[in-house]
Design a protein around this ligand. Structure first.
Ligand code: FEO
Length: 178
């Protein structure tokens, strides 16, 4: 059984992961509107990953005897001035997610909830990857600057990203069919 305090904390993070999905959906929509279908694909894959993150957390709560509550999801930003500003915003958001995940780990540690601590480890590593991915794309976008050819090439590259169900230990995703 997870404590009420830790359950509420992870429940809030379920909501935040679904909010993250909604932000990336909004970013995908702007890319699509701007004719950058590869960038849009990359963001759509990101959206699906975030839904998996939230669902894995929800499954952990249920396994631990906590009833998850779906909460309101705020409206995401809807407009950015450039692909670079979209990815800068994505990085800023992921840095916030990282802080929250670290906060959950610290709370689990202080309550000696080793099951939650073990579960959240995957997310700690995932956040390193999430920030690195955004940083790499930001670096490339800064390099190409205003060069349309470079943007076109990046669009092709990001269009190749494919969704794969993340293997999150204890996340129950295969069973849940998420
Ligand atoms: Fe699930 Fe991108 O944090």
């Amino acid at each position: 059984m997870i404590s009420k305090k830790l359950g509420d904390l992870l429940n809030d993070q379920v909501n935040f992961e679904y909010y993250s999905a909604y932000i990336y959906f909004s970013m995908a929509a702007q890319f699509k509107h701007d004719g950058l279908n590869g960038f849009s694909n990359w963001m759509n894959v990101q959206t699906q990953e975030e839904l998996c993150h939230g669902t894995a957390m929800l499954n952990h709560l249920v396994q631990r005897g906590f009833k998850p509550e779906m909460k309101a999801i705020p409206q995401p930003p809807v407009s950015w001035k450039s692909p670079l500003s979209i990815f800068e915003n994505a990085l800023e958001h992921e840095e916030m997610v990282t802080k929250r995940i670290h906060g959950i780990a610290a709370a689990a540690e202080s309550e000696k909830d080793f099951a939650l601590l073990n579960f959240i480890q995957w997310f700690i590593s995932e956040q390193v990857e999430e920030e690195a991915n955004d940083n790499e794309i930001i670096g490339q976008l800064r390099l190409i600057g205003e060069a349309k050819g470079g943007l076109f090439m990046m669009d092709k590259e990001l269009g190749a990203r494919k969704f794969a169900l993340p293997v999150i230990p204890g996340g129950g995703l295969a069973q849940a069919g998420a």
